[in-house]
Design a binder for this molecule. Sequence first.
Ligand code: B1H
Length: 826
Amino acid sequence: MYNPRFEKKAFKKEVEHNVKTLYRKTIDEATPQQLFQAVSYAVKEVIIDDWIATQDQFKKDDPKTVYYMSMEFLMGRALGNNLINMTAYREVKEALDEMGIDLNAIEDQEPDPALGNGGLGRLAACFLDSLATLGYAAYGCGIRYRYGMFKQKIENGYQVETPDDWLKEGNPFELRREEYAKEVRFGGNIRVEYDDATNRTKFVQENYESVLAIPYDMPVVGYGNHHVNTLRIWDAQAITNFQLDSFDRGDYHKAVEQENLAKTIVEVLYPNDNHYAGKELRLKQQYFFVSASIQAAISKYKKSHDDLHKLPEKVVFQMNDTHPTVAVAELMRILLDEEGLGWNEAWDITTHCCAYTNHTIMAEALEKWPIDLFSKLLPRVYQIIQEIDRRFLIQVREMYPGNEEKVRKMAILYNGQVRMAHLAIVAGFSVNGVARLHTEILKHQELKDFYEMMPEKFNNKTNGITQRRFLMHGNPLLADWVTEKLGTKNWITDLSLMSGLKKYADDPKALAEFMDIKYRNKERLAAYILKHNGIEVDPRSIFDVQVKRLHEYKRQLLNILHVMYLYNQIKEHPEMSFYPRTFIFGAKASAGYIRAKEIIKLINSVGDVVNNDRSINGKLKVVFIEDYRVSNAEIIFAAADVSEQISTASKEASGTGNMKFMLNGAPTLGTMDGANVEIVEEVGAENAFIFGLSSEEVINYENYGGYHPQDIYHNDQDIHKVVDQLVDGTYSNGDTEMYRDLYNSLLTNQGGSRADMYFILKDFRSYAEAQKKVEEAYKDTEGWAKKALLNTACCGKFTSDRTIQEYVDDIWHLDKIKVEVETEEE
Ligand code: B1H
């Protein structure tokens, strides 16, 4: 595809020019990092034109816009992705080659913008990609954390966290937009005034602290359509003295406090996945970006519209979990206090603008803020929530007269806490889960009362992923093969076309090609592992991969206990046939999550023992990939043979890694949880390896007090041995205490939590059997190739383009835009 905007000669000149003006250097003198900057600025130059054209188109068409409100955007590197989406990757690669610059090496100079923890943040990034690609007007709204997700080092088998100073070298793609700054106020008290002139009560916040929110805009480039949306992330800056209220002027102490507030508020991303920590600073972060984003959305709307009652025709706020839920009260506050609307009008607008996505049913992830803390930090917002709650409970009592149990269960304010999910459901017009099973559990278990009272709000939006990053960029060999086999590139924006690959499922030549690509990707990963871990792995072995955040419910412990079991088997029966396996892990544990860190240590310890045991002839290898993140994920998915999706059924809301593996041709070894259910439905049970308790069974056990892991421990000798090995020093140089906590967690009830609450021993046998089936299936080379290829062929449903189109059709009702640009390509 010829793209005049990336015409080689001009592009090279631009890069040279950038190196010169930015660094006073020639290409030969520039460091790789400087070359990255110079190339990125040259790319940004082209993006900016499309960005302007897109905004002009918005002005002309006045489309409805979605504001995707999220504490996390796990974008991953921008350069390669932008080039792919501008359909200029190949040309730029060639141009740089001619200059003696290796684009891959340049891409590796870019820090991963890691403003997210895991699935929830990465989903937000995939959604932005799809929104731009489908031509919808969208803003991502979030925080420009000074430090993103920590970098993980493994030292002596232990996780060590170091700060992610991602902005150190400067971010070439962002634009600081001081002129759109907004003030955000915290604390103080509310003075109630009666205004005779307007006959209205006024609520005036006084004695507050405030910060200035400064937006940084990052372009979000759609695929091949010149559409560039905006990710707007907010930085905080102190409001200088003279802007303080008059009675505060010259208050040095306050100035210093506000300086500190500004600095701390955006300092760091909380590294918790699926866990609520209840820290005041976290609530400050939430209100900070929500208030700034909503103010900005309202000012933008008012520039070209004069009737706020019609806001829902042009604006929708999608709340990515409960983290930005304070948005509903903030919108109410602005409409009531700043725009002077009455309660009913404001409520009508708010409840037609706000929608909520639930991403988890894990009890420890539910946000419930202590009223004390909340009302002190956000006094006016709290008053508004009280009024929302008061009015809502009147409705509950009308609908369920005399049923005070309902009132207690459904109240927003209860037991000294603000329940953010209840607020989001009451004020939102849509409540969605992220996979079919998850939504059913919400409707019939977790949010049953709300579903019964307002069933029309509930809907499902099964998650998806972008094939632009996770196939085109991450696996170019397979991407080219797919294009060749389908005879079209249209799968890049229409993943349903992948089903056209099904006809190759019995074509030996195509199968061989498919597996050859897999093999080459395994070689690439093996080289990465050798470089980073110093471990040699055989690309002919089965690459069995579990990469995701470390959490007990995701059951990395089940996986590693099974590795210990296999090792015992090999040692006890050296003659036994055994297909060589490489077990690959990648996972960050939240910094304060002790048990998760123990599991990381255990994985590394097992690796040390197994990898260095010459007597097993390299049949088993265990590799822990340090600092799992978007950039190395792309390489890992491409190389995987087996996708481990082994959460305790009912706990993983959806999962999205599962879809990335599928896209890259790795069958799922998993439980019937989250989106696994739909993956199996698409690919067929014969092309997946399913095991374990069902979600109903798990929920049943939970409702009736758990189960007795001791029975299994005492009756199954293999399991008994493996569990004992946690405390007999096998994997701890004789230290019997190192893994005592893990051992206890499996066998004994511990203050509040039940023994083996994630059913690891319960599912162990069934997991081991499924693993055995994997081995048998893999030995049948062609049979395996067929399974792998069918996974790629059947992944069409799991594109985020499909997910976004469903959000648009059912929730957002956005207008499609076609960006007109003068310099048409081709
Ligand atoms: C998911 C979170 C999450 N669900 C709290 N919930 C957080 C909760 O910092 N916090 O306080 C951070 C993250 N993350 C994940 O969302 C689910 O576990 C996955 O199953 C799902 O695929 C993903 C996207 O929907």
